[in-house]
Design a protein around this ligand. Structure first.
Ligand SMILES: NC(=O)C1=CN([C@@H]2O[C@H](COP(=O)(O)OP(=O)(O)OC[C@H]3O[C@@H](n4cnc5c(N)ncnc54)[C@H](OP(=O)(O)O)[C@@H]3O)[C@@H](O)[C@H]2O)C=CC1
Ligand SMILES: CC(=O)C(=O)O
Ligand SMILES: [Mg+2]
Length: 765
């Protein structure tokens, strides 16, 4: 974003605008800067102190002295990367010194954490002397799992990186060189694909012969570009064979035999422009002189060599990328370094070699060619990108980056023999990566593991809806079970086709209710259930023929599917009514809704968030039993709190008595889980406050919260999500005789996949 000092309005760009003051406020607000360090172990008691510090700490010290590899077990080393600079090439702003570079370096550290859960600290080294810099870094090896060098100018960066790589036994990676080259190469592969070019005959001009420029052309040549087709330029123009001014050995290695001397001359007929130089370096005339369908990557930061608007004003056949997030096609090393280090750290790679870089570039390129899930579409304000000239590279907020790029890097490290601790099961590794960033993925991992082993057929009742089709594809792709889409075949295939999805290849079945041979049996089944409830046979036939929920529920009831998911085209209450006409409550059970709230490492189950508006004492007791069952099925030992505004009779009111009665009912039933109440939420959740009630049956903070009514349950869940930052799953419907889940109208494809997984899971029990 260009910031105009006078008007405080952005001059160019299509994304959110920002002013200088906003940027300063962002950095100064609250605790200054963007980083803080938080402990991972409790430090509340004398005992904690004795363990964490003297005398306890001496034990891991001795263990590491005996076996250095133990540092990965007892310290943060294995997940810690230092971002180190001397501030000599801060973005495209030049040499503004070590201190001024700190906001960028803090930013890189934050991105490491945000995108790949790599812990990172920035170190600004105040010297431009190469030897001094090397000596400052070389002895830091024991502290870190890797070193990310950043914004160090060429040619010094080449010497610094190669010397440190020799001196240190952990990965040393100059992000501006290799990170940039990897991302640019990935975008370029896709742009070549779209324009039907062969890299062996494609002509490229790279403007900027510094850290980024040299690395970019080295990588594209390693990928197959002919040396004579790659012209390098710098502030003095073309780097030609025989030139002496402003040269160094790294530029010389790429000097070409040519009569061309200026960038303008080099650009005539060029297929690709890579800009890693400075703002405005590419002119309109140069763009005009390029070949048809030119590929223009103007990557200088914060302002590119030319803006996409400027290119669009000259010609319409260009594919344009920049380093910025406010234009399509952001070619920026943020897509690389977090994930490359994640993969390297996880296999304890001793280095990041070419095989790992090429693997990362290919994985990135491939990711952009696959269908985009709702989570990514959300990053585009709902405009779902499709592989094409305006979407050649994934966006930084694409959650799939974390589960794909590190896997490719780790595999390449293992295959090329630099992995100190190889990973045996890469699929399990990919799943664990998803869980790192996504608390839902973590909560789902046990469930998903089970349903992968016991294949169930899950029917997606609203099979013509695009997000349902994507969910079914993701469900099948992840091996979570067999997906069946209910709907008209031509509609479903057309929608799938538009998204580039081949349903047949994934074994996804389509059931068209209108053509089904089972409709009369389903109508009979429904009539049997409804004949004494005022329905004629004709009504039942109509429901089966015209209503997907009734048809789907009959399929499940009659064993043609193991479970169903519905809800995005009809409100929750209507969907429940539809399903309930066909499927009964399981004998001895009660149908309720349970929501899971995942908040700061804690999981609580909240009930009833779907069915009983004002439950009686008996119903509250049933809700407690059903919710405890859900918690137990998900691997938790239930501790149920019957919540109220009062605690054990203090501040008691009419509703509190209802809850006290529910507790007495649970006592009489001799249920096999811990429960107590009535109690306030703060007593239920806070072990210290609970100590004031030594008679309570709960042995620790509650993890199942039974709310006095639907209003309280729904409000509490929503507030946890909006104010507490909790991730919510559900409500999960439980207590029915068959596996059915209903998603909210606003459900994304990933929500539907999770509900489908719960459906399959319930069907395995
Ligand atoms: N999008 C991304 O992910 C990334 C973008 N970049 C951007 O690339 C640019 C260069 O960074 P980096 O390689 O680290 O810096 P360096 O200082 O190492 O190199 C800069 C190079 O650019 C050349 N240059 C500067 N101005 C011009 C100009 N007007 N015309 C032609 N060449 C010019 C310099 O020429 P000379 O050798 O003659 O001095 C030098 O070769 C920056 O704008 C940076 O923000 C960098 C890394 C990642
Ligand atoms: C993105 C980056 O690292 C740079 O512009 O220097
Ligand atoms: Mg940089």
């Amino acid at each position: 974003m260009t910031i105009d000092k006078t008007t405080h309005k952005p001059q160019t760009g299509k994304g959110p605008s920002l002013t200088e003051q906003e940027a300063l406020d962002f950095h100064s607000r609250g605790r200054p800067g963007k980083l803080e360090i938080t402990p991972t172990k409790p430090m509340a008691t004398q005992r904690d102190l004795s363990l964490a510090y003297s005398p306890g700490v001496a034990v891991p010290v001795k263990a590491i002295a005996e076996d250095p590899a133990k540092a990965y077990d007892y310290t943060s080393k294995g997940n810690m990367v230092a971002v180190i600079t001397n501030g000599t090439a801060i973005l495209g702003l030049g040499n503004l010194g070590a201190l001024a570079s700190k906001p960028v370096m803090e930013g890189k550290s934050v991105l490491f954490k945000r995108f790949a859960d790599v812990d990172s600290i920035d170190l600004e080294v105040d010297t431009t002397d190469v030897e001094e810099f090397i000596n400052s870094v070389r002895y830091l090896g024991p502290s870190f799992g890797g070193i990310n060098l950043e914004d160090i100018k060429a040619p010094e960066c080449f010497v610094i990186e190669s010397r440190l790589r020799e001196l240190m036994n952990i990965p040393v990676f100059h992000d501006d060189q290799h990170g940039t080259a990897i991302i640019a190469a990935a975008g370029m592969l896709n742009a070549l694909h779209l324009t039907g070019r062969d890299l062996k005959t494609t002509k490229m001009v790279c403007n900027g012969a510094g850290a980024a420029g040299i690395a970019c052309i080295e990588l594209v040549k390693a990928m197959g570009f002919a040396s004579e087709n790659v012209v390098l330029c710098d502030t003095k123009g073309v780097v030609w064979q025989g030139r002496t001014e402003g040269m160094n050995q790294w530029k010389s290695a790429h000097a070409v035999k040519t009569d061309k001397r200026s960038l303008a001359e080099a650009m005539e007929g060029a297929d690709i422009f890579f800009g890693v130089s400075a703002k405005g370096a590419l002119t309109d005339d140069m763009v005009r002189s390029m070949a048809d369908n030119p590929i223009i990557f103007a990557m200088a930061n914060p302002d590119p060599e030319i803006t996409p608007e400027e290119v669009a004003a000259i010609r319409s056949d260009a594919i344009v990328a920049t380093g910025r997030s406010d234009y399509p096609n952001q070619v920026n090393n943020v897509l690389g370094f977090p994930y490359i280090f994640r993969g390297a750290l996880d296999v304890r790679a001793t280095t990041i070699n070419d095989a790992m870089k090429v693997a990362a570039a290919n994985a990135l390129a491939e990711l952009a060619r696959t269908d985009v899930p709702d989570d990514v579409a959300a990053a585009y304000q709902g405009n779902r990108p499709r592989f094409g000239p305006n979407y050649i590279i994934p966006v930084p907020f694409d959650p799939r980056l974390l589960s794909t790029i590190p896997v490719a890097v780790a595999k390449a490290a293992m295959d090329s023999g630099v992995a100190g601790k190889p990973i045996e099961d890469l699929e399990a590794y990919a799943r664990s990566l998803s869980a790192r960033r996504d608390p839902i993925a973590s909560a789902m991992s046990g469930i998903n593991d089970r349903i992968r082993r016991h294949t169930k057929r899950v029917l997606f009742a609203e099979g013509e809806e695009p997000q349902v089709i994507r969910a079914a594809v993701s469900f099948a792709n992840q091996g979570l079970g067999k997906a069946i889409l209910l709907g008209r075949e031509d509609r479903i295939l057309e929608t799938a086709d538009q998204a580039g999805i081949d349903l047949a290849k994934l074994g996804i079945e389509i059931t068209n209710a209108r053509l089904s041979k089972r409709t009369s049996e389903y109508a009979d089944h429904l009539y049997e259930k409804l004949q004494r409830k005022g329905y004629l046979f004709r009504d039942c036939q109509r429901m089966i023929n015209n209503d997907r929920n009734h048809f789907a529920a009959c399929m499940v009831a009659m064993g043609d599917a193991d479970g169903m998911v519905t809800g995005i085209t009809r409100n929750y209450a209507t969907s429940i009514e539809d399903v309930r006409r066909v499927i009964d409550v399981k004998p001895g059970h009660r149908m309720i809704g349970v929501s899971l709230a995942l908040c700061r490492g804690r999981t609580v189950f909240i009930a009833d968030t779907a069915v009983h508006e004002q439950p009686s004492a008996e119903e509250l007791a049933d809700i407690a039993v059903e919710a405890a069952n859900v918690a137990r099925r998900m691997g938790y030992v239930p501790r149920v709190a019957m919540l109220a505004y009062s605690t054990f009779g203090h501040m008691s009111g009419a509703r509190s008595e209802n809850i006290q009665e529910a507790v007495r009912i649970l006592e009489k039933r001799h249920v096999d889980f811990e429960f107590d109440g009535e109690m306030s939420a703060e007593v239920a959740l806070n072990g210290k406050l609970m100590e004031a009630y030594p008679f309570t049956r709960l042995t620790g903070p509650a993890n199942v919260l039974v709310m006095p009514d639907y209003h309280a349950a729904s409000i509490a869940a929503d507030m946890l999500q909006e104010l507490g930052g909790a991730t919510l799953i559900g409500p999960l419907l439980t207590g029915l005789d068959k596996a059915v889940q209903i998603v909210p109208l606003s459900a994304k494809d990933s929500d539907i996949v999770n509900m489908a997984a719960f459906t399959a899971y319930a069907a395995t029990n």
